[in-house]
Design a binder for this molecule. Structure first.
Ligand SMILES: Cc1cc2nc3c(=O)[nH]c(=O)nc-3n(C[C@H](O)[C@H](O)[C@H](O)COP(=O)(O)OP(=O)(O)OC[C@H]3O[C@@H](n4cnc5c(N)ncnc54)[C@H](O)[C@@H]3O)c2cc1C
Length: 327
């Protein structure tokens, strides 16, 4: 018997697969490559063709399920019975879903419909030949990192944004458009309102460069140093929870376990100690540069470049140097 496939469940917004869906498809493909299984993306939408084509760049096979929808964006109640019906006929072993509000709803419904366990909030996913996918999560308020695996050889994994960089496959996959016999529909859910995340939050999640400030900036006016450096580097401004809790900067810019996860090419930390709850939100950044006057700050252990100094001296000097080289 061949091993069951690994499915990536795509999320459709405005007719297109979301960026997180392409990351989830990349996770499924890398788990499939490590385990000799097939990676398949499944997408449900009123007219899922465009989103399916988006995901075909990432996996060898996409299944697009058209569903009669009141809105272009399917709710979990519409998507789950269709995905479950397909799963009953194709018998995948693992489903990878993006940890958005819709993705969490969907995981819950699919867990019930397919009798599967869920490993939530993955901050890393790998394949272990002995146990299948291993899922790293941060629990107990971020004090502990756990690594878990399924005991039943199947299950659902919820992956947050920026856990893995989306990487297209070398060739484009095929798209199937089966007619799925749903059987019983889930009870209907009426969406009262969609509220988009503040633009600034989307900006830090997608930025190639993030400059973040912590308690060390000393107050809202101290963030000017952070903003100046971000501006000169063409990056977005992030912050620690300490700075957000102090009211110096909006929550939408908080990075970490209870904030956003970012994965920029360059992460510059000014006056940030590097607590584990902050680290889980930025540790996958390409290059991490930190400025801190305490040589023993935890960030020193995982920064690529750790500058021991006063951020109010180093930050503006760095901005001035970059400006002068551009002139
Ligand atoms: C359940 C839970 C969830 C949490 N979620 C998050 C989260 O999502 N994100 C998050 O960030 N934190 C989170 N935290 C908080 C986290 O534990 C830390 O308290 C927080 O990250 C510390 O922020 P900080 O580095 O800005 O402050 P501090 O730890 O106080 O560090 C400030 C740093 O600035 C340096 N400094 C001071 N002045 C200067 C100067 N002039 N020049 C250079 N360096 C200077 C100091 O040496 C120090 O290292 C969470 C905590 C809990 C319990």
């Amino acid at each position: 018997m061949t091993a069951g496939a690994i499915w990536a469940i795509g999320e459709v917004v405005d007719g297109r697969a979301t960026r997180l869906s392409t990351e989830v498809a990349t996770v499924a493909r890398s788990l499939a490559a490590a385990s000799g299984r097939q990676a398949v993306a499944v997408v449900v939408g009123a007219d899922p063709g465009r989103a399916a084509a988006d995901l075909a760049a990432f996996v060898p096979r996409v299944v697009a399920i058209a569903a009669p929808l009141a809105t272009e964006r399917p709710t979990a109640a519409v998507a789950a019975p269709r995905i479950a019906a397909l799963a009953r006929s194709e018998d995948p072993d693992y489903l990878v879903i993006g940890a958005t509000p819709d993705g969490r709803d969907l995981a819950g419904l699919l867990a019930a419909l397919l009798d599967l366990g869920v490993l939530a909030n993955a901050i890393d996913v790998a394949w272990d030949p002995a146990v299948g996918p291993t899922v790293e999560s941060s629990i107990l308020g971020g004090r502990v990192l756990t690594t878990s695996a399924f005991t039943a050889g199947r299950g659902i994994i919820l992956v947050g944004p920026n856990v893995i960089a989306a990487v297209a496959a070398g060739s484009s996959g095929s798209v199937d458009e089966p007619v799925v016999d749903v059987g019983t529909e889930a009870p209907a859910v009426r969406i009262v309102e969609w509220v988009a995340a503040e633009a600034v939050a989307a900006a830090i999640e997608e930025a190639r460069i993030v400059v973040a400030g912590g308690r060390g900036v000393g107050g809202p006016e101290g963030f000017r140093v952070v903003e100046e450096l971000a501006e000169v580097l063409g990056g977005a401004v992030g912050a620690t929870r300490a700075a957000v809790d102090a009211g110096w900067i909006p929550y939408a810019q908080q990075i970490g376990q209870t904030g956003r996860t970012v994965r920029p090419a360059l992460y510059v930390a000014l006056g940030i100690s590097g607590a584990i709850q902050h680290k889980v939100g930025m540790r996958s950044s390409g290059t991490i540069v930190a400025v801190n006057r305490d040589p023993d700050a935890p960030l020193a252990e995982y920064a690529d470049l750790f500058v021991v100094g006063d951020l109010f001296a180093v930050g503006p000097a760095l901005a001035a140097e970059i400006r002068s080289r551009r002139a």
